[in-house]
Design a protein. Structure first.
Length: 406
């Protein structure tokens, strides 16, 4: 169960990490490309403005605008410029183009495109109309090498993948460690609980056995001693059974045997049994006409017994315990209400934890009943809730789907 939960957590976190990394890289790449395109459009506009201010100079020597159009900005060679006339003939181009020409699309303006050359060079180009005094003189094509830019983006992508993989590994180790810590904590709780709870009954059994064997006793004395030993052995047997159930449920090996049965009849039988054990406690029972349920009858009996017996234990002499089973179209709702000592609000969230007891000084309690009950109810796709006011009493409510299947 824990391994499965850890795997699901890892898969979920890995998915979130991959998604967020992909989105981050996509928007960074998109922003970088858009920045290049804006720069190209601005350069083209600057050159067009320079030509419009001095059309005669452009007519005489178009090449002079390749360098001086934006105050020598293009001398570095990082920006490539090419002028075409209206018929598509070359007027001038950057010397660094040498035998290559920038791509020209006849009649197109505001055109952005990526160009690949055979030598591996990659350019981003922008083509626009060259308009002087409202007349089209030709076309201006501006380009910038983007080979290194895309190499950098590829390196960034690879780096993000490496970081992401490293993060997934670290998360895996962290989750595995947390699970192991949780397991160790449960083991420590179990060892502490077992050493504390088993020590007393074992000491009683050994002590009384030793006394009984040391000297002859009357038959009545032997009966008393054997009865005491039997009670302690029964308690230890129930404790071991509950501990095994808790660890089987946590490991996912506990299997429920579900069938159709009358849940109302089960509640009535449980109430009768607990009433026999606690004759001085007042108990009322309300049942519907039909309370058929699909579930594990033995395990649900365990839930009902736990809740009703807890109510009886925590209710004073002549206290009132109200048991109500109600029916809805899809649910059976079982409620156990008492007017006992109640539970502090800060402790109500902990009472379903294994080995937790509201009163550490209370003898006989295992701190497992509610944890086991919660597991059983959840496996039936139901829920168990508690409402309690200190000094006034508690209400435990169990809601179970009628047709709960494995």
């Amino acid at each position: 169960m824990r391994i499965r939960l850890s795997l699901w957590m890892m898969l979920f976190l890995t998915f979130i990490l991959i998604l967020s990394t992909t989105i981050l890289f996509y928007y960074f790449k998109k922003g970088t490309v858009e920045s290049l395109e804006i720069r190209l459009i601005n350069w083209s506009d600057n050159i067009s403005l320079a030509i419009a201010e001095n059309p005669a100079a452009f007519r005489d020597n178009p090449a002079s605008f390749i360098y001086s159009a934006t105050h020598n900005e293009f001398i570095s060679g990082s920006v490539l410029v090419q002028f075409m006339d209206r018929k598509g003939h070359l007027l001038a181009k950057s010397p660094s183009l040498m035998t290559n020409d920038l791509p020209y699309q006849k009649g197109q303006d505001n055109l952005l495109q990526d160009v690949h050359f055979s030598d591996g060079l990659r350019l981003k180009c922008y083509q626009d109309k060259l308009i002087v005094n409202r007349h089209i003189w030709g076309y201006i094509i501006v380009a910038i090498p983007i080979t290194q830019t895309y190499h950098n983006l590829t390196r960034l992508r690879d780096l993000m993948i490496i970081v992401m993989c490293g993060t997934v590994i670290i998360l895996g180790i962290g989750i595995h460690t947390l699970v192991n810590v949780n397991i160790l904590q449960n083991q420590k709780l179990f060892l502490s609980f077992a050493s504390h709870e088993l020590r007393t009954p074992l000491a009683i059994i050994l002590g009384h056995s030793e006394v009984a064997l040391r000297h002859p006793h009357t038959e009545e004395d032997y009966r008393t001693t054997l009865a005491l030993i039997q009670n302690e052995a029964d308690w230890m047997s129930r404790l071991v059974s509950n501990l095994l159930f808790v660890f089987r449920s946590q490991s996912g090996t506990e299997i429920l045997k579900k069938k159709s049965f009358d849940f109302g009849e089960l509640v009535a039988e449980s109430a009768s049994t607990i009433k026999t054990l606690y004759p001085h406690k007042k108990m009322t029972l309300t049942l519907p006409n039909n309370a058929t349920l699909i579930g594990d009858q033995d395990r649900l009996r365990q839930v009902v017994n736990n809740l009703v017996e807890n109510a009886a234990k925590n209710t004073p002499e002549n206290g009132l315990i109200t048991l109500t089973l109600a029916e809805t179209p899809k649910l059976l709702v079982f409620e156990v209400k008492d007017n006992g000592v109640g539970i502090e609000k800060k402790k109500q969230k902990k009472i379903f934890n294994a080995f937790y007891r509201v009163d550490e000084n209370t003898k006989g309690g295992m701190g497992l009943g509610l944890a086991i009950s919660q597991w059983i109810v959840k496996r039936h796709k139901g829920k168990i809730e508690v409402k309690s006011i200190l000094g006034e009493g508690s209400v435990f409510t169990v809601s179970l789907p009628k047709g709960a299947l494995p």
